[in-house]
Write a protein that binds this ligand. Structure first.
Ligand code: URA
Length: 433
C-alpha cells in the first residue's frame, strides 16, 4: 500500500478502505508513515472528514496498533470517558462504585489538558500513588480490587500517540473524526464490554454549544458501537463546575466526602456519578431501579470507599486512606475567600476561566514539563443561581504564596457574573445509545 494514495483519497473526498486505514495506523505506530504524511493525512481529514465506516476503520486500526487487553474475569469489564470539564472528578468515585457492584474497571486515564483537570494528576495528589504501572500490575490490581486507574503504557494505541503529537503542531486537533478515533482507540484497547461517554457541554467544556456536543457525542457513540464495544453517551451540563472544588487535592477531598456517604458535599457530582454508573449496569441487563439502588447502596454502605482505599494502597498510597484521608492530602499555605463585588444572583460562571485560574495557581500545566502543585485550587465554589450580598464569599482560594493569590483572585472574581435571578438547566441534557 501507499500512504500517498490514502492521503489523496481523503483529499479527493473518498474514504480509503478499512484495510488501507488499518495499514496507515500500523505505519504511524512503526514509523513507516512519515511525519509529513501523518500531517497531510490529518489535515485532509480535518478539511474533508471521513464517513462513518472510515471513522470506525481508523479507530479500529489505531486501537489495534498496540496491545489490546483481553480479560477472563467473573464480572463485566466497564469504563467511562469524559470529554473534559472543570471540577469533574467522577472517575475517582465511579470506578470503585462499579467495583463494589461486581464489575471490573481497568481505567486508562489522562492528565490535565488546557483548562480541564486530569484524573491522573488528581490521583497523584495522594502521596505515594504510582499511576505508571505495567500491564501485569494493571491486570493484578483490576482482578484483586475491581478497579485500577492508571496511565496508558507506550504499548497502548501507539498510532494515537504519534498522530496526536503531529496534530498538536499542525493545527489539526479540531476534527470530530480525529478526536473520536484518538479517544476511542485508547479506551477500546482496554478490552471493555461496555463504555459510557460523558460529553460535556458549556462554558467549562471544550464543546461550548449543544450542536457541537451532539455532533461529537453521535460520532463517539456510533463509532464505539461500530467497533464492537457496547456504548452509550450522556450529554451533560458544564456551565458551572461539577464539584464545588477545582484543583487536585481539593477535588480528591470532595470525592472522599462523597465516598464517605456525604452526598450533600457535592450534589451534582453525586447525581452524575450515579447516572453514569446506573447506565453502565443497565447495559449489563439490570433494570433501572435495581441498578440505581445498587449504585447508591455501594456509596451508602461504604463498599465503594473500601474499594477506593484498597486501590490506593495497591498503587503505593497510604494504607489508611479511608479513615485518615484529611491528614494525607497536601494543603496550601495561603487560604482566603474571594468575595462578591456586588449583590445579586450568580447568573453565569465562566468555567474555562476558573480552570485557567487553577492552572495559574500552579494546579495545572502551562507546558508539558511543568510540575503541578497538588495543594492549590478553589474550594467551596458557589453554584449558579445562588444569591450573594456584596462581600459574601464566591469561593475559597488556596495558593502557594500571597502574590499569586492576589493576582489570581481577581481572575476568579471576574469569572462569576452577578445579575438577575436565573434557573439552573438540567444536569443531564440528553442520552444517546
Ligand atoms: N483527547 C484525546 O485523547 N484525543 C483528542 O484528540 C482530544 C482529546
Amino acid at each position: 500500500m501507499d500512504a500517498r494514495a490514502i492521503i489523496a483519497a481523503v483529499r479527493d473526498h473518498k474514504t480509503p478502505s478499512p484495510e488501507e486505514l488499518a495499514w496507515f495506523a500500523r505505519g504511524l505506530a512503526d514509523k513507516s508513515v512519515s511525519d509529513a504524511q501523518a500531517g497531510a493525512f490529518a489535515m485532509a481529514v480535518v478539511l474533508n472528514g471521513l464517513d462513518e465506516q472510515g471513522r470506525i476503520a481508523l479507530t479500529e486500526g489505531m486501537r489495534d496498533s498496540g496491545d489490546v487487553l483481553r480479560w477472563d474475569l467473573p464480572g463485566p469489564v466497564l469504563d467511562k470517558h469524559s470529554t473534559g470539564g472543570v471540577g469533574d472528578c467522577v472517575s475517582l468515585i465511579l470506578a470503585p462504585v462499579l467495583a463494589a457492584c461486581g464489575a471490573y474497571v481497568p481505567m486508562i486515564s489522562g492528565r490535565g489538558l488546557g483548562h480541564t483537570g486530569g484524573t491522573l494528576d488528581k490521583l497523584e495528589a495522594i502521596p505515594g500513588v504510582n499511576i505508571n504501572v505495567s500491564e501485569q500490575q494493571l491486570r493484578l490490581i483490576t482482578r484483586e480490587v475491581g478497579c485500577a486507574i492508571v496511565s496508558a503504557t507506550s504499548r497502548i494505541a501507539p498510532a494515537d500517540r504519534r498522530l496526536y503529537a503531529v496534530r498538536d503542531v499542525t493545527s489539526t486537533v479540531e476534527s470530530v473524526d480525529l478526536i473520536t478515533a484518538s479517544i476511542l482507540s485508547k479506551k477500546l484497547a482496554a478490552g471493555l464490554n461496555s463504555l459510557v461517554l460523558d460529553i460535556k457541554c458549556g462554558t467549562g467544556a471544550f464543546m461550548k454549544t449543544p450542536q457541537n456536543a451532539i455532533a461529537l457525542a453521535q460520532a463517539l457513540v456510533t463509532t464505539a458501537n461500530g467497533a464492537g464495544c457496547r456504548t452509550a453517551g450522556l450529554i451533560t451540563d458544564m456551565n458551572e463546575p461539577l464539584a464545588p472544588a477545582l484543583g487536585n487535592a481539593l477535588e480528591v477531598a470532595v470525592c472522599m466526602e462523597v465516598l464517605s456517604g456525604n452526598t450533600d458535599a457535592a450534589p451534582r457530582l453525586y447525581e452524575l456519578t450515579v447516572a453514569l454508573c446506573t447506565q453502565l449496569l443497565m447495559m449489563q441487563g439490570e433494570d433501572n431501579p435495581v441498578a440505581g439502588r445498587k449504585v447508591k447502596d455501594a456509596l451508602r454502605s461504604g463498599a465503594a470507599m473500601e474499594r477506593f482505599a484498597h486501590m490506593i494502597a495497591a498503587m503505593g498510597g497510604p494504607p489508611d486512606m479511608a479513615q485518615d484521608w484529611p491528614t494525607h492530602l497536601p494543603k496550601a499555605p495561603i487560604v482566603g475567600e474571594v468575595t462578591a463585588a456586588t449583590s445579586g444572583h450568580i447568573s453565569a460562571i465562566n468555567g474555562e476561566a476558573l480552570g485557567l485560574a487553577v492552572v495559574a495557581l500552579g494546579g495545572g500545566r502551562q507546558v508539558e514539563t511543568d510540575k503541578i502543585d497538588p495543594s492549590v485550587g478553589l474550594s467551596d465554589v458557589i453554584g449558579l443561581g445562588a444569591h450573594v450580598n456584596r462581600g459574601d464569599p464566591l469561593c475559597v482560594l488556596h495558593a502557594a504564596d500571597e502574590d499569586t493569590a492576589i493576582s489570581v483572585a481577581e481572575k476568579v472574581r471576574a469569572a462569576f457574573t452577578i445579575g438577575e435571578a436565573t434557573t439552573r438547566g438540567p444536569l443531564i441534557l440528553e442520552g444517546l445509545a
